[in-house]
Design a protein around this ligand. Structure first.
Ligand code: DAT
Ligand code: MG
Length: 140
């Protein structure tokens, strides 16, 4: 049995630019099921848990500022190999080089802010997904 769940975020830039529906549309068009969905503002503590692997990186303060600059939409999606599948839908981290046809390739770009603003987050492995879902949706 390979049914998985993944944690997806529409980041503040995506919410501000009116891209919630487009991201949800792509998740559903691909055939994944939306299990849970919530709009909220991410606190510094929540972001430190979510981005635990990055707290010591030089870009971490800017990443927190970007991720705190408005509400995010947190989504749990389910399906066979959805972790890998959503990463494929999202495209690579840098939106300038992300392939056209991907969420980041189609909907994001470099705005010259110094931050990588790339519209969505997707868990990078099933273990990360379980950890992140517990952070954003402790009731699940
Ligand atoms: P991804 O979101 O593709 O999993 P990641 O986990 O390496 O990428 O990084 C998390 C976020 O941090 C990423 O979406 C944008 C930001 N980020 C990553 N590397 C960065 C860098 N070198 N400079 C600025 N921001 C960065
Ligand atoms: Mg990551």
């Amino acid at each position: 049995e390979t049914v998985e769940r993944t944690l997806i975020l529409v980041k503040p830039d995506g919410v501000k630019r009116g891209q919630i529906g487009e991201v949800l549309r792509r998740i559903e068009a691909k055939g994944y099921r939306i299990i849970a969905l919530q709009m909220r503002e991410a606190s510094a503590d929540l972001l430190a848990e979510h981005y635990a692997e990055h707290t010591e990186k030089p870009f971490y303060a800017d990443l927190v500022a970007y991720m705190s600059d408005g509400p995010v939409v947190a989504i749990v999606a389910e399906g066979e190999r959805v972790v890998e599948g959503f990463r494929s839908l999202a495209g690579t981290t840098d939106p300038t080089s992300a392939a056209p046809g991907t969420i980041r390739g189609d909907l994001a770009r470099d705005w010259g802010t110094g931050n990588i603003e790339n519209v969505v987050h997707g868990s990078d492995a099933p273990e990360s997904a379980a950890r992140e879902i517990a952070i954003w949706f402790p009731e699940l």
